[in-house]
Design a binder for this molecule. Structure first.
Ligand SMILES: [Mn+2]
Length: 295
């Protein structure tokens, strides 16, 4: 893995552009291969059926077009590993960045300078978000949607100012402004989310607030056994993002898979059609008392 990255003349790399894990996994590749690197930030629902091929795919399902190397930790991508020449896919890992770090540290011990940042990536990727990391992730999603080319700058910034605490994330020079804008615009909304009382199961449909606010809304997820957000995706489809407690009788992954999606046991998602919402509600209602609200 390390030899391939350091010896290749040119590298075409795809990484997940919607969260810290994807961004910092890209940072690690930048660190090893600073020149002639073509980085593409994308999302699972975009790359899964794409015909394009890559040298390295990080934290994403491998595309139909294939890849030389896949580094990932999503269990639901295991059936797709036949699309790649070499797959490093370990669902037991909390983050792809940690897996990449472990694959590389033997050859490049200097990477251990980023050990505390990797621990922060782990925390955010297993869903332990706090208001700072949620705000950071919202800002990243906004950038992903509005000016994706800027994400590489954030990946470089993560190497220059390695964050070790969640508050460091929103103080990164490349994201600070965006994070403050979101905080200013949705501050009241954030307070409302923080005061949600909790319960069995809740689905939140976003109608008046943008989809990039989802990570902030998910701060309420730990107060519910089963928690979901529904946002509008492309061409009429809805994007469902699910979070569950390990004590929930229904896991996020079970439900996401039944709806044609995937992810991790307690953090998963799917693209569905509006007509599928009833089926989703029925499936949850069999096990839990569920409420659907719009915000
Ligand atoms: Mn990840």
């Amino acid at each position: 893995m390390f030899e391939f990255v350091s010896k290749s003349e040119k590298l075409y790399v795809a990484s997940h552009g919607e969260d810290l894990d994807g961004l910092f996994s890209a940072s690690i590749i930048i660190l090893l291969h600073p020149s002639k690197l073509k980085l593409k930030f994308t999302a699972p629902y975009e790359i899964k059926n794409a015909g394009e091929s890559y040298d390295i795919v990080l934290d994403l399902p491998p595309p139909r077009g294939g890849a030389k190397i896949l580094v990932d930790h999503h269990e639901s991508n295991l059936p797709l590993t036949n699309r790649v020449q070499r797959a490093y896919l370990k669902p037991e890992y909390p983050s792809t960045a940690r897996l990449l770090y472990d694959l590389i540290r033997e050859y490049e011990p200097s990477i251990e300078n980023y050990g505390r940042t990797i621990a922060l990536v782990d925390e955010t990727d297993i869903g332990n978000l706090d208001p700072y990391s949620a705000l950071f992730t919202s800002a990243v999603r906004k950038v992903f949607k509005e000016r994706r080319g800027y994400l590489a700058r954030i990946s470089r910034d993560l190497l220059l100012h390695p964050p070790t605490k969640s508050i460091d994330l929103i103080n990164l020079p490349s994201i600070k402004k965006e994070a403050h804008l979101i905080e200013k615009e949705y501050g009241d909304f954030i307070k409302r989310v923080e005061s949600m009382e909790g319960g069995d199961a809740l689905l939140v449909k976003l109608e008046t607030v943008p989809a990039y606010i989802v990570p902030i809304i998910q701060l309420a997820a730990r107060r519910y056994l089963f928690f979901g957000t529904i946002t509008s995706g492309s061409d009429g489809a809805l994007r469902v993002s699910l979070r569950t407690q390990s004590s929930s009788p229904l896991s996020a992954l079970m439900v996401a898979k039944a709806m044609g999606g995937g992810g991790h046991e307690n953090a998963a998602g799917a693209l569905i059609m509006p007509s599928d919402i009833d089926r989703l509600l029925r499936m949850i209602r069999e096990q839990l008392k569920v409420e659907l609200i719009s915000v």
